[in-house]
Design a protein around this ligand. Structure first.
Ligand SMILES: [Zn+2]
Length: 382
């Protein structure tokens, strides 16, 4: 979702620290098995037990709307974000816009639980999770070198804890999508992280986790990922490499990070864009892609990774999509799923310009105006 380019003044010392440590991942007893059918055997039983004993799926009363958010989503970088165009309070600002303009009642949003160590072990290995215990490792894993300058306790409490709350939100979103038809997690979408490897600002594989939980707890077996962040979603692609239960449509700028050629082999439907692609061409390609996807696969759940780093001016995404183009894009994906009654969950993923929060809020407002979502609960209707 976000690839760090080291700023010039810090580059020497920080760049060198990227190579200080290396990880030797233990053989993963991972749920993200490459088998074509649901995995079986002792490892499967352990991960099923972990999912069945998780607290992340809880009953949400009908008075709430399926918009998931916690004030602890927002990350504090203590000024480090000033080194880079990065709005670390994007998530809170999206909600503030929606609430201030009367489209959302704060009391009606759903606060998720933090993903616990046992929850994360459904996909990640012990060794991967232990490596996140030092701030230097975290800086390397998420590829944001200045994070290594922060005291470890701050990295744990102000960076990783917010991430784990967002992961809890992505996992819960699948349950709410199944119950209500749609759900939006105002966060998550860490699509560069796979079971054993983080990257590009992503420390936990929330998309893989959300789908593994859905397989077990929602009793479904066909999931479509529609990844429209500007970057290739190499994390979930690696995790579901040969898993035919998951169909991946990924449309991304092929001229930017992560250039993961192995992961590209696992994309079922790849739409590669060039830097500078403009709104009309983008939306035409999306129409074509959704038509092909509609004919290729019949999902029981759509996971929509809705990064806004496709916006014109985004220094990382390098595409030229207008704010209205983002609104139209989101509307097309919601129509794709809603018209066929396929539960859909949206994650906000990358896009950290100051303007991103406004664009996401405007897009959610448009979805509401077009009756693709209802932001007032039946009980709370004014
Ligand atoms: Zn991105």
């Amino acid at each position: 979702m976000h690839h760090w380019k080291p700023p010039p003044p810090l580059s020497l010392s920080l760049r060198s620290c990227r190579f200080v440590l290396s990880f030797t991942p233990a053989p993963a007893m991972s749920a993200s098995s490459s088998s074509e059918v649901a995995p079986t055997g002792p490892a499967d039983a352990i991960y099923r037990d972990r999912i069945l004993s998780s607290k992340l799926y809880f009953d949400v009363p009908p008075s709430k709307v399926p918009v998931i958010y916690s004030s602890s989503y927002d990350i504090a970088f203590f000024g480090i974000e000033k080194l880079h165009p990065f709005d670390s309070s994007k998530w809170g600002r999206i909600c503030q816009f929606l609430i201030k303009e009367g489209f959302l009642d704060k009391k009606q949003t759903v606060e998720p639980l933090e993903a616990s160590n046992d929850d994360l072990l459904v996909v990640h290995s012990e060794s991967y999770l232990s490596s996140l215990k030092s701030s230097l490792n975290v800086a390397i894993i998420i590829e944001v070198p200045p994070v290594s300058l922060l005291p470890n306790c701050l990295v744990q409490n102000k960076v990783l804890y917010p991430f784990r709350k967002q992961v809890g939100g992505s996992i819960l979103a699948a349950k709410l999508a199944k119950e209500r038809g749609w759900a939006i997690n105002i966060g998550g979408g860490f699509h560069h992280c796979s079971a054993e490897k983080g990257g590009g600002f992503c420390a936990y594989a929330d998309i893989s986790l959300c789908i593994q939980f859905a397989f077990v707890l929602l009793n479904i077996s066909r999931v479509m990922i529609i990844d429209l962040d500007a970057h290739q979603g190499n994390g979930h692609e690696i995790d579901f490499s040969n898993d035919r239960r998951v169909y991946i449509l990924d449309m991304y700028n092929a001229g930017i990070y992560p250039f993961d050629f192995e992961a590209k082999r696992y994309i079922d439907q790849k739409v590669e864009l060039a830097s500078g692609t403009k709104t009309k061409e983008y939306l035409d390609k999306l129409d074509e892609a959704l038509e092909v996807a509609r004919n290729n696969f019949n999902p029981e759940l759509v996971v929509y990774n809705a990064g806004t780093d496709i916006l014109d001016g985004d220094p990382l995404g390098r595409l030229k999509i207008s704010p209205d183009g983002v609104t139209t894009r989101d509307e097309k994906v919601f129509r794709f799923a809603r018209e066929r009654n396929i539960p859909l969950l949206m994650l906000t993923s990358g896009g950290y310009m100051k303007s991103s929060a406004r664009v996401i809020a405007d897009s959610i407002i448009n979805l509401s105006k077009k009756n693709l979502i209802a932001l007032d609960s039946p009980l709370g209707r004014k």
